[in-house]
Design a binder for this molecule. Structure first.
Ligand SMILES: Cc1cc2nc3c(=O)[nH]c(=O)nc-3n(C[C@H](O)[C@H](O)[C@H](O)COP(=O)(O)OP(=O)(O)OC[C@H]3O[C@@H](n4cnc5c(N)ncnc54)[C@H](O)[C@@H]3O)c2cc1C
Length: 422
């Protein structure tokens, strides 16, 4: 069978790699940019991938950067509490280990490298092309299956918003990222890499050990509440009005003013390269996964085109990876059964993905505006290691939150049980 994948991002590339390794499948990938253009471009994400996503990449044999990339062994929370003077913040400060380590490989390295890997595979063809809706309509008929993983581009707007599953009509955070060298070790961090999540009323700061073009680095990421004091970068993803120096200067000012407990260790940080920064905002949106191109053809959304969430919980690239696994598994099963890749199959495949992604969306949306009882659990975690471990490992497996985190009575009962046993 012939498969077209539009968009060489986390979802498209992992799917294409899996399909290219599947007997009887020829896959064509349309990439917006060449590997060199991707490497020279701006950073795209902070891309922490948890254990299950890394396991799938290992299974596909595309974990090319694993040995050079820092293993993230835990997640820490430093949060301000109301009524406590700034010099005594963060009032909440703890960390807990991840059961399976996570990693963050600069998507510029990964996407460029995977495109080059695909070019060398007998079952794969790579075409450099910015696909338009007209081209999609013209080419769809030449393939048995068309998957659209074009991230946040204009093409995505062809897919309708799923009003029932989408919670927002406005961006919930303004995003700003810098990849830097020169960050000192954290005073309350363990002696191995962890992600540090810092929470204030104005937004969040994530500190992520990762791998970039020049080697290991720190990735610093501010999620600013729109129009608040941390919202001081560009208005839209990809609009780089600020120079690299000005962006970094504003970033450090934001740390000094609103995350003072992290400022000193970052005060000497320098960008890893002149394009190692990003700013913007977007509306978290769940879309209808099936798009009718003409009377005979439909295409299937994958990754952010289907489920685009705010990155506060580090879920999008993980869900894009799950989506790749779901599609690769579903294609292999269908080939064995010998059935058609019709709309019923496409919708069933999308529902398999939503069964997983809905938990991560719920978790992300909860972190954007945590209710009092969730804030209570984050505070209680400082006292109880079991609660810390449960919360931290839920980032990797948000379905584990389904029975407790969102139900105040069940959460209360759980916390009381842990406190009673302590
Ligand atoms: C600041 C920030 C931090 C994040 N941090 C994390 C995190 O820590 N963990 C996590 O799991 N997720 C994170 N995410 C989300 C994650 O990066 C995305 O959800 C993930 O990359 C989505 O994968 P995708 O393949 O759907 O889209 P993308 O990875 O965006 O890839 C889409 C690709 O399609 C290409 N393309 C676009 N239009 C066209 C076109 N018309 N024709 C051809 N090609 C096209 C693009 O160039 C791109 O290469 C973060 C996102 C942001 C913005």
């Amino acid at each position: 069978m012939r498969v077209l994948v539009v968009g060489a991002g986390q979802a498209g590339l992992a799917t294409a790699c899996g399909l290219a390794q599947t007997d009887g499948v020829e896959v064509t990938v349309m990439s917006h940019k060449t590997p060199d253009e991707i490497r020279k471009g701006h950073v795209l994400s902070t891309q922490v991938i948890f254990g299950h996503g890394l396991a799938f990449e290992r299974e596909l044999g595309i974990n090319f950067w694993e040995e050079k990339t820092p293993d993230i062994g835990g997640i820490g929370l430093s949060a301000m509490a109301p009524g406590v003077p700034m010099e005594q913040q963060p009032a909440i400060d703890w960390w807990a280990p991840l059961e399976l380590t996570a990693q963050s490989v600069d998507q510029r390295i990964k996407f460029a490298g995977l495109l080059e890997y695909l070019k060398g595979l007998p079952g794969a063809t790579v075409i450099t092309n910015f696909t338009t809706s007209g081209e999609l309509a013209r080419t769809a008929g030449k393939y048995d299956l068309v998957l659209v993983g074009a991230g946040k581009s204009e093409l995505v707007k062809m897919f309708g918003r799923d009003d029932e599953r989408s919670s927002y009509t406005k961006p919930q955070r303004a995003l700003s990222v810098v990849y830097v060298n020169g960050v000192e070790p954290g005073a309350t961090d363990p002696d191995h890499p962890i992600v540090r999540f810092n929470a204030t009323p104005w937004g969040e700061l994530f500190m992520i050990p990762g791998l970039t073009k020049s080697g290991p680095c720190h990735i610093l990421f501010i999620e600013a509440r729109p129009d608040g004091p941390l919202d001081r970068f560009e208005p839209d993803i990809g609009e780089r009005i600020l120079s690299p120096d000005e962006h970094l200067r504003r970033f450090k000012d934001a740390l000094r003013e609103h995350f003072p407990w992290q400022y000193e260790r970052c005060s000497k940080a320098e960008l890893t390269d002149p394009t190692a920064y990003l700013a913007g905002r977007y509306v978290p949106t769940i879309r209808k996964p099936l798009l009718r191109i003409d009377a005979e053809h439909t295409v299937l959304a994958i990754g952010d085109v289907f489920v685009q969430q705010d990155p506060i919980a580090g879920q999008g690239a993980n869900m894009a990876t799950w989506n790749a696994k779901v599609v690769v598994d579903a294609v292999r099963e269908r080939l064995q059964e010998g059935g058609p890749f019709d709309d019923a199959w496409k919708l069933a495949t999308a529902e398999r993905q939503w069964a997983i992604a809905q938990h991560s969306v719920r978790f992300s949306n909860t972190l954007l505006d945590p209710p009092e009882y969730v804030l209570g659990a984050l505070g209680a975690a400082g006292q109880f290691p079991d609660v810390r471990r449960w919360l931290v490992n839920g980032f990797a497996q948000p379905s584990d939150f389904a029975d407790r985190l969102y139900d105040p009575a069940a959460l209360q009962q759980y916390l009381a049980g842990v406190a009673g046993a302590a």
